[in-house]
Design a binder for this molecule. Structure first.
Ligand code: NAG
Ligand code: NAG
Ligand code: NAG
Ligand code: NAG
Ligand code: NAG
Length: 432
């Protein structure tokens, strides 16, 4: 009697498990699926290219990922996604969104990733646009037409780590960024920003990657980067910078990559004194005609120095001294004058372990022909190294060493070299 009762109970239990949403592989097959969308059992709904002009209605409350890309949505009304409290991922890219009503995303308390890119009619963000998105980590607003962002718009996004505003119409760095204290990645590439103020970035202390490439930046105020001590990559390439305040990069002690290519720089004095972690420095495609003697002397980790396409005719003899990690130097497309003042470089190259690219002398001779005995002996002794360039950042040790191979040693070796056997050249000279 008891046994059959127990069996019946077990049977009922099994039946209820099978029919409940939990028991049937999450049971999404029973949940409504909006017309012209695809709904997968693991709560992913894809309405990509579904021709939608309005938000579909029957979106199951258990949905985790919703893709509404490539449709014709124009407006999102207040609380447009009510009930979708499980939603993690929302794609609204490539629609025709013109306005996001305040509170449009209000119920999406678990949303982590929001894609709004390529809505070219989106020009303005209201203060409460992102209300309720307290767990949002990544926001993609690239390729819209934003030119104004309300100062409080990001105060609703306390968890935001990545913000993409590539290809918009921003003309300045909005005050709204001050709230983004956890942001690690920010792109403002391809906007119309002209200036960076002392306070523009100061509260984004968690930033690791800052992309300001392809703007119109011509001025950066003092201390603008001072508090960004976690920054690893700074991209200022393709702007209009011709000069910086002296200590501009102070504070960037963890910076590994700096892009300054394609600006209007004409000379490098000593802006790099605190970049002790810098590995890659891009200075190519400027108009640099002079570089201070110890401009790079603090860059003990420097691995790659890019000086292509500048207006350099000479380099001073201590430029590469004491850069133990330097493995690659690009020098092509500069009007190099291969005269006595560059003799140091010819001798230095003989022992250099890395790769030097594109050192072509303006008058078609080879830099190495300076090592030809006659030419060499006609050169006056090199000038003494002085620290008059004012780059001294308190790292005196070492920078006063002579270049790797002393001139004395070269003198000693010259008779043996005779007219210089080019077949003996180390492979790093191939491109000379
Ligand atoms: C959503 O659609 C876009 C556009 O077709 C696509 O790039 C993206 O990968 C889709 N997202 C998901 C999660 O399937
Ligand atoms: C939200 O869910 C409630 C009940 O769970 C339902 O009555 C209401 O219509 C839903 N709202 C939307 C917008 O789906
Ligand atoms: C996009 O929206 C605008 C008005 O905001 C409308 O004039 C235009 O026809 C819409 N385009 C498409 C492809 O729906
Ligand atoms: C290159 O530098 C020289 C001075 O060394 C200057 O006269 C010339 O205008 C500069 N050219 C360019 C293109 O900047
Ligand atoms: C090239 O310039 C160097 C230094 O000014 C000079 O010694 C050399 O003779 C020149 N060579 C030619 C081919 O003009």
């Amino acid at each position: 009697m008891h046994v059959s009762f127990l069996l019946l109970f077990l049977l009922l239990l099994l039946l209820s498990l099978l029919t409940s949403p939990l028991g049937s592989g999450r049971g999404s097959s029973r949940l409504p699926c909006p017309p012209s969308c695809k709904c997968s059992p693991d709560a992913i709904i894809s309405c990509d290219r579904a021709g939608l002009r309005h938000l579909p209605r029957d979106i199951a409350a258990s949905t985790i990922s919703l893709n509404l890309s490539n449709n014709f949505l124009r407006l999102l009304t207040a609380d447009a996604f009510s009930n979708l409290t499980y939603l993690n991922n929302l794609w609204l890219s490539r629609n025709n969104l013109t306005f996001l009503y305040p509170g449009a995303f209000k119920s999406l308390c678990n949303l982590r990733v929001l894609h709004l890119s390529q809505n070219s009619r989106l020009t303005y963000l209201h203060a409460n646009t992102f209300e309720g998105l307290k767990n949002l980590i990544s926001l993609d607003l690239s390729h819209c037409n934003l030119f104004e962002i309300h100062p409080f718009v990001f105060s609703h996004l306390p968890s935001l780590e990545a913000l993409d505003l590539t290809s918009n119409n921003m003309r300045y760095i909005p005050e709204a960024f001050r709230k983004l204290v956890h942001l690690t990645k920010l792109s403002l590439e391809r906007n119309n920003i002209e200036a960076i103020g002392t306070d523009s970035l100061k509260d984004m202390v968690a930033l690791k990657d800052l992309n300001l490439r392809k703007n119109r930046i011509w001025t950066i105020q003092k201390d603008a980067f001072l508090r960004l001590d976690r920054l690893g990559v700074l991209n200022l390439g393709h702007n209009r910078l011709s000069d910086f305040p002296k200590q501009l990069f102070a504070g960037l002690t963890r910076l590994r990559t700096m892009h300054l290519e394609a600006n209007h720089l004409t000379g490098i004095s000593c802006p790099f004194g605190s970049l002790r972690s810098l590995r890659k420095l891009y200075l190519n495609n400027n108009h640099i005609a002079s570089i201070a003697d110890s401009a790079f002397s603090a860059l003990k980790e420097l691995d790659f120095l890019h000086l292509n396409r500048n207006n350099l005719s000479r380099l001073s003899s201590h430029l590469f001294a004491d850069l133990p990690k330097l493995r690659r130097i690009s020098l092509s497309h500069n009007p190099w004058e291969c005269d006595c003042s560059m003799l140091w470089l010819a001798t230095w190259i003989l022992t250099y372990q890395g790769l030097i690219e594109g050192l072509h002398c303006a008058n078609e001779t080879s830099l190495l022909s300076l090592l030809d005995r006659e030419a060499f002996l006609n050169c006056p002794p090199p000038p003494k190294f002085t620290r008059e360039d004012g780059c001294d950042g308190g790292h005196q040790n070492g920078a006063s060493h002579l270049p790797a191979l002393s001139q004395k040693l070269v003198y000693a070796l010259l008779p043996w070299w005779g007219s210089f056997p080019f077949s003996f050249l180390p492979s790093n000279l191939i491109s000379l």
